[in-house]
Design a protein around this ligand. Structure first.
Ligand code: SAH
Length: 310
Protein backbone atom coordinates (compact mmCIF):
# COMPACT_ATOMS: atom_id res chain seq x y z
CA UNK A 1 0.00 0.00 0.00
CA UNK A 2 1.57 3.23 -1.13
CA UNK A 3 -1.06 5.81 -0.38
CA UNK A 4 0.09 6.65 3.15
CA UNK A 5 2.19 9.79 3.06
CA UNK A 6 5.37 10.11 4.98
CA UNK A 7 6.68 13.64 5.39
CA UNK A 8 10.39 13.77 6.23
CA UNK A 9 11.04 15.26 9.68
CA UNK A 10 13.32 18.34 9.93
CA UNK A 11 14.43 17.92 6.32
CA UNK A 12 16.17 21.30 5.93
CA UNK A 13 17.83 20.98 9.31
CA UNK A 14 19.07 17.47 8.49
CA UNK A 15 20.50 18.58 5.13
CA UNK A 16 22.22 21.47 6.80
CA UNK A 17 23.58 19.19 9.52
CA UNK A 18 24.98 16.79 6.90
CA UNK A 19 26.74 19.69 5.15
CA UNK A 20 26.51 17.79 1.89
CA UNK A 21 29.59 17.62 -0.36
CA UNK A 22 28.28 16.90 -3.88
CA UNK A 23 30.93 14.26 -4.61
CA UNK A 24 30.64 12.55 -1.19
CA UNK A 25 29.47 9.11 -0.07
CA UNK A 26 26.35 9.25 2.12
CA UNK A 27 24.37 6.76 4.17
CA UNK A 28 20.66 7.00 4.96
CA UNK A 29 20.28 4.34 7.66
CA UNK A 30 16.49 4.60 7.84
CA UNK A 31 15.11 4.94 4.31
CA UNK A 32 11.38 4.73 5.18
CA UNK A 33 9.77 6.30 2.13
CA UNK A 34 12.91 8.09 1.05
CA UNK A 35 11.98 11.62 2.07
CA UNK A 36 15.49 12.41 3.23
CA UNK A 37 17.16 10.17 0.64
CA UNK A 38 15.56 11.97 -2.29
CA UNK A 39 16.73 15.35 -1.03
CA UNK A 40 20.28 14.07 -0.38
CA UNK A 41 20.49 12.54 -3.86
CA UNK A 42 19.33 15.84 -5.40
CA UNK A 43 22.36 17.51 -3.85
CA UNK A 44 24.95 15.02 -5.10
CA UNK A 45 26.84 15.32 -8.38
CA UNK A 46 27.65 12.46 -10.77
CA UNK A 47 30.42 11.09 -8.56
CA UNK A 48 28.40 11.17 -5.33
CA UNK A 49 26.87 8.04 -3.79
CA UNK A 50 23.93 7.37 -1.53
CA UNK A 51 23.52 4.03 0.19
CA UNK A 52 20.18 3.55 1.90
CA UNK A 53 19.33 0.92 4.51
CA UNK A 54 16.02 -0.18 5.98
CA UNK A 55 14.99 -3.26 7.92
CA UNK A 56 11.55 -3.24 6.40
CA UNK A 57 10.99 -4.98 3.06
CA UNK A 58 8.02 -2.71 2.32
CA UNK A 59 10.36 0.30 2.53
CA UNK A 60 13.02 -1.35 0.38
CA UNK A 61 10.45 -2.41 -2.23
CA UNK A 62 8.40 0.80 -2.13
CA UNK A 63 7.81 2.67 -5.37
CA UNK A 64 10.09 5.49 -4.17
CA UNK A 65 12.93 3.00 -3.68
CA UNK A 66 12.25 1.55 -7.14
CA UNK A 67 12.34 4.99 -8.75
CA UNK A 68 15.51 6.05 -6.94
CA UNK A 69 17.01 2.65 -7.82
CA UNK A 70 17.15 3.72 -11.49
CA UNK A 71 19.80 6.25 -10.50
CA UNK A 72 23.23 4.60 -10.56
CA UNK A 73 24.39 6.75 -7.62
CA UNK A 74 21.75 5.14 -5.38
CA UNK A 75 21.58 1.72 -3.77
CA UNK A 76 19.32 0.27 -1.09
CA UNK A 77 19.86 -2.70 1.21
CA UNK A 78 17.40 -4.49 3.47
CA UNK A 79 19.28 -4.86 6.73
CA UNK A 80 19.52 -3.40 10.18
CA UNK A 81 21.72 -0.37 10.47
CA UNK A 82 23.34 -2.30 13.32
CA UNK A 83 25.21 -4.06 10.46
CA UNK A 84 26.20 -0.87 8.68
CA UNK A 85 29.93 -1.35 9.08
CA UNK A 86 29.80 -4.67 7.25
CA UNK A 87 27.65 -3.13 4.49
CA UNK A 88 30.10 -0.24 4.10
CA UNK A 89 33.17 -2.52 4.28
CA UNK A 90 31.82 -4.67 1.47
CA UNK A 91 31.91 -1.65 -0.80
CA UNK A 92 35.39 -0.60 0.33
CA UNK A 93 34.02 2.63 1.81
CA UNK A 94 35.34 2.31 5.35
CA UNK A 95 36.63 5.73 6.45
CA UNK A 96 35.29 7.36 3.30
CA UNK A 97 31.69 8.11 4.31
CA UNK A 98 31.01 11.87 4.37
CA UNK A 99 27.67 11.80 6.15
CA UNK A 100 25.27 9.47 7.92
CA UNK A 101 21.63 10.07 8.73
CA UNK A 102 19.55 8.12 11.25
CA UNK A 103 15.87 9.11 11.44
CA UNK A 104 14.78 6.70 14.15
CA UNK A 105 11.55 4.94 14.99
CA UNK A 106 8.65 3.92 12.81
CA UNK A 107 7.46 5.41 9.53
CA UNK A 108 3.94 6.68 8.89
CA UNK A 109 3.18 3.79 6.51
CA UNK A 110 4.21 1.31 9.22
CA UNK A 111 1.98 3.02 11.78
CA UNK A 112 -0.93 3.54 9.42
CA UNK A 113 -1.25 0.08 7.93
CA UNK A 114 -3.39 -2.05 10.20
CA UNK A 115 -1.71 -5.17 8.80
CA UNK A 116 1.64 -4.29 10.40
CA UNK A 117 0.17 -4.33 13.88
CA UNK A 118 1.96 -1.24 15.22
CA UNK A 119 -1.07 0.87 16.01
CA UNK A 120 -3.68 0.69 18.74
CA UNK A 121 -5.94 2.82 16.54
CA UNK A 122 -6.40 0.20 13.84
CA UNK A 123 -7.53 -3.35 14.30
CA UNK A 124 -4.91 -5.72 12.90
CA UNK A 125 -2.73 -8.73 13.64
CA UNK A 126 -0.47 -8.02 16.60
CA UNK A 127 2.89 -8.13 14.84
CA UNK A 128 4.97 -4.92 15.28
CA UNK A 129 8.10 -6.30 13.61
CA UNK A 130 9.90 -3.94 11.26
CA UNK A 131 11.52 -6.94 9.59
CA UNK A 132 8.70 -9.47 9.45
CA UNK A 133 11.11 -12.32 8.69
CA UNK A 134 13.14 -11.98 11.87
CA UNK A 135 12.37 -12.58 15.52
CA UNK A 136 9.08 -13.00 17.34
CA UNK A 137 5.93 -11.05 16.60
CA UNK A 138 4.39 -9.14 19.51
CA UNK A 139 1.62 -11.77 19.68
CA UNK A 140 4.11 -14.66 19.91
CA UNK A 141 6.16 -12.87 22.51
CA UNK A 142 3.14 -11.95 24.64
CA UNK A 143 1.90 -15.54 24.50
CA UNK A 144 4.82 -16.79 26.58
CA UNK A 145 6.54 -13.93 28.34
CA UNK A 146 6.72 -14.06 32.14
CA UNK A 147 4.67 -11.38 33.91
CA UNK A 148 7.80 -10.09 35.69
CA UNK A 149 9.70 -9.68 32.41
CA UNK A 150 6.75 -7.95 30.76
CA UNK A 151 6.51 -5.56 33.70
CA UNK A 152 10.20 -4.69 33.29
CA UNK A 153 9.81 -4.04 29.56
CA UNK A 154 6.78 -1.79 30.08
CA UNK A 155 8.60 0.16 32.78
CA UNK A 156 11.91 0.43 31.00
CA UNK A 157 10.82 1.13 27.43
CA UNK A 158 7.41 2.69 28.05
CA UNK A 159 8.10 4.49 31.33
CA UNK A 160 4.67 3.11 32.22
CA UNK A 161 3.76 3.57 35.87
CA UNK A 162 1.02 0.93 35.76
CA UNK A 163 3.34 -1.66 34.24
CA UNK A 164 2.58 -4.34 36.85
CA UNK A 165 -1.17 -4.00 36.57
CA UNK A 166 -1.00 -4.12 32.80
CA UNK A 167 1.24 -7.16 32.66
CA UNK A 168 -0.92 -9.09 35.12
CA UNK A 169 -4.01 -8.18 33.10
CA UNK A 170 -2.31 -9.45 29.93
CA UNK A 171 -1.28 -12.71 31.57
CA UNK A 172 -4.78 -13.24 32.96
CA UNK A 173 -6.39 -12.54 29.57
CA UNK A 174 -4.13 -14.82 27.58
CA UNK A 175 -5.25 -17.73 29.73
CA UNK A 176 -8.79 -17.13 28.43
CA UNK A 177 -7.88 -16.53 24.80
CA UNK A 178 -4.67 -15.79 22.87
CA UNK A 179 -3.96 -12.08 22.37
CA UNK A 180 -3.50 -11.72 18.64
CA UNK A 181 -5.11 -8.42 17.69
CA UNK A 182 -3.98 -4.82 18.29
CA UNK A 183 -7.41 -3.64 19.44
CA UNK A 184 -7.77 -6.56 21.79
CA UNK A 185 -4.45 -5.64 23.42
CA UNK A 186 -5.33 -1.93 23.51
CA UNK A 187 -8.61 -2.77 25.29
CA UNK A 188 -6.90 -4.98 27.88
CA UNK A 189 -4.42 -2.18 28.64
CA UNK A 190 -7.14 0.50 28.76
CA UNK A 191 -9.16 -1.57 31.25
CA UNK A 192 -6.11 -2.21 33.43
CA UNK A 193 -5.20 1.47 33.86
CA UNK A 194 -6.96 3.29 36.71
CA UNK A 195 -6.89 6.78 35.17
CA UNK A 196 -5.98 8.46 31.93
CA UNK A 197 -3.34 10.94 30.88
CA UNK A 198 -4.63 13.94 28.97
CA UNK A 199 -4.33 13.74 25.16
CA UNK A 200 -2.75 10.30 25.29
CA UNK A 201 -4.35 6.96 24.50
CA UNK A 202 -3.89 4.69 27.53
CA UNK A 203 -2.09 2.10 25.38
CA UNK A 204 0.49 4.55 23.96
CA UNK A 205 3.27 3.76 26.42
CA UNK A 206 2.77 -0.01 26.38
CA UNK A 207 2.66 -0.19 22.58
CA UNK A 208 5.85 1.87 22.42
CA UNK A 209 7.53 -0.42 24.96
CA UNK A 210 6.54 -3.64 23.22
CA UNK A 211 7.61 -2.26 19.83
CA UNK A 212 11.02 -1.17 21.15
CA UNK A 213 11.55 -4.56 22.76
CA UNK A 214 10.37 -6.67 19.80
CA UNK A 215 12.65 -4.77 17.40
CA UNK A 216 15.52 -4.37 19.93
CA UNK A 217 15.56 -0.75 18.87
CA UNK A 218 17.80 0.64 21.60
CA UNK A 219 20.45 -2.07 21.23
CA UNK A 220 20.50 -1.51 17.46
CA UNK A 221 20.90 2.20 18.08
CA UNK A 222 23.89 1.74 20.41
CA UNK A 223 25.61 -0.57 17.94
CA UNK A 224 24.66 1.55 14.91
CA UNK A 225 26.09 4.73 16.45
CA UNK A 226 29.43 3.04 17.18
CA UNK A 227 29.66 1.66 13.67
CA UNK A 228 28.65 4.98 12.14
CA UNK A 229 31.62 6.69 13.78
CA UNK A 230 33.90 3.80 12.74
CA UNK A 231 33.12 4.30 9.03
CA UNK A 232 32.96 8.11 8.87
CA UNK A 233 35.66 10.05 7.10
CA UNK A 234 37.42 12.74 9.16
CA UNK A 235 35.23 15.84 8.82
CA UNK A 236 32.18 13.65 8.04
CA UNK A 237 28.87 14.35 9.74
CA UNK A 238 26.52 12.19 11.81
CA UNK A 239 22.92 13.40 12.10
CA UNK A 240 20.47 11.59 14.37
CA UNK A 241 16.77 12.35 14.78
CA UNK A 242 15.18 10.75 17.88
CA UNK A 243 11.53 10.50 18.82
CA UNK A 244 11.52 9.83 22.53
CA UNK A 245 13.68 10.47 25.56
CA UNK A 246 15.09 6.93 25.68
CA UNK A 247 16.57 7.28 22.21
CA UNK A 248 17.73 10.83 22.72
CA UNK A 249 19.46 9.96 25.98
CA UNK A 250 21.50 7.28 24.20
CA UNK A 251 22.47 9.67 21.38
CA UNK A 252 23.29 12.51 23.75
CA UNK A 253 25.52 10.33 25.97
CA UNK A 254 27.17 8.71 22.99
CA UNK A 255 28.09 12.10 21.48
CA UNK A 256 29.33 13.30 24.86
CA UNK A 257 31.50 10.20 25.44
CA UNK A 258 32.93 10.26 21.93
CA UNK A 259 33.77 13.93 22.38
CA UNK A 260 35.47 13.28 25.74
CA UNK A 261 37.11 9.99 24.76
CA UNK A 262 35.16 7.94 27.31
CA UNK A 263 32.41 7.79 29.90
CA UNK A 264 33.94 9.73 32.81
CA UNK A 265 33.22 12.83 34.79
CA UNK A 266 34.11 16.20 33.35
CA UNK A 267 35.03 17.34 36.87
CA UNK A 268 37.94 14.90 37.20
CA UNK A 269 41.26 14.86 35.37
CA UNK A 270 41.10 12.86 32.13
CA UNK A 271 41.97 9.24 33.05
CA UNK A 272 44.87 7.52 31.32
CA UNK A 273 42.56 4.90 29.76
CA UNK A 274 40.70 7.66 27.87
CA UNK A 275 40.66 7.08 24.14
CA UNK A 276 41.15 9.70 21.46
CA UNK A 277 38.00 11.80 21.03
CA UNK A 278 36.34 10.88 17.73
CA UNK A 279 33.47 13.35 17.56
CA UNK A 280 32.79 16.98 18.16
CA UNK A 281 29.23 18.14 18.69
CA UNK A 282 27.93 20.64 16.17
CA UNK A 283 25.54 23.18 17.69
CA UNK A 284 22.83 22.33 20.20
CA UNK A 285 20.00 19.82 19.94
CA UNK A 286 17.47 21.03 17.37
CA UNK A 287 13.68 20.75 17.58
CA UNK A 288 11.18 21.23 14.76
CA UNK A 289 9.46 24.58 14.20
CA UNK A 290 5.87 25.00 15.40
CA UNK A 291 4.83 25.21 11.76
CA UNK A 292 6.38 21.83 11.00
CA UNK A 293 4.69 20.24 14.01
CA UNK A 294 1.33 21.62 12.84
CA UNK A 295 1.85 20.13 9.38
CA UNK A 296 3.36 16.85 10.49
CA UNK A 297 2.29 15.40 13.84
CA UNK A 298 5.06 12.76 13.60
CA UNK A 299 7.57 15.61 14.09
CA UNK A 300 6.07 16.53 17.46
CA UNK A 301 8.51 14.83 19.79
CA UNK A 302 11.51 14.85 17.46
CA UNK A 303 14.94 16.10 18.42
CA UNK A 304 17.99 16.23 16.19
CA UNK A 305 21.66 16.08 17.18
CA UNK A 306 24.62 16.61 14.88
CA UNK A 307 28.28 15.67 15.36
CA UNK A 308 31.41 15.73 13.22
CA UNK A 309 34.10 13.05 13.01
CA UNK A 310 37.41 14.52 14.06
N1 SAH B 1 13.58 9.32 6.78
C1 SAH B 1 12.51 8.49 6.28
C2 SAH B 1 11.61 7.96 7.37
C3 SAH B 1 12.25 7.02 8.33
S1 SAH B 1 11.11 6.24 9.38
C4 SAH B 1 11.70 9.27 5.27
O1 SAH B 1 11.83 10.50 5.22
O2 SAH B 1 10.95 8.69 4.52
C5 SAH B 1 12.13 5.08 10.15
C6 SAH B 1 12.51 3.89 9.28
O3 SAH B 1 13.60 3.26 9.91
C7 SAH B 1 11.44 2.83 9.15
O4 SAH B 1 11.19 2.54 7.80
C8 SAH B 1 12.04 1.59 9.85
O5 SAH B 1 11.74 0.38 9.22
C9 SAH B 1 13.51 1.88 9.77
N2 SAH B 1 14.31 1.29 10.83
C10 SAH B 1 14.09 1.34 12.15
N3 SAH B 1 15.06 0.69 12.81
C11 SAH B 1 15.93 0.24 11.89
C12 SAH B 1 17.15 -0.50 11.96
N4 SAH B 1 17.68 -0.92 13.10
N5 SAH B 1 17.78 -0.77 10.80
C13 SAH B 1 17.29 -0.36 9.61
N6 SAH B 1 16.12 0.33 9.49
C14 SAH B 1 15.46 0.61 10.62
Amino acid sequence: MEQQKHLPVMLDEALQGLEIQPEGIYLDCTFGRGGHSKAILDRLCGDGKLLAIDKDSEAVNSSVAMTLGKDSRFEIVQESYACLQQIVDKRGWNGKVMGILMDLGVSSPQLDSAGRGFSFLHSGPLDMRMDTHKGLSAADWLANVKASELTEVLKLYGEERFARRISYAIVAEREQAPIVNTRQLADIITDAIPFREKHKHPATRSFQAIRIYINHELDDLRVGLQQAVNVLKIGGRLVVISFHSLEDRIVKRFFRDEQRGGDFSKYLPIPTEASEPRLTKIGKAIQPSTMEVENNPRARSSIMRVAERI
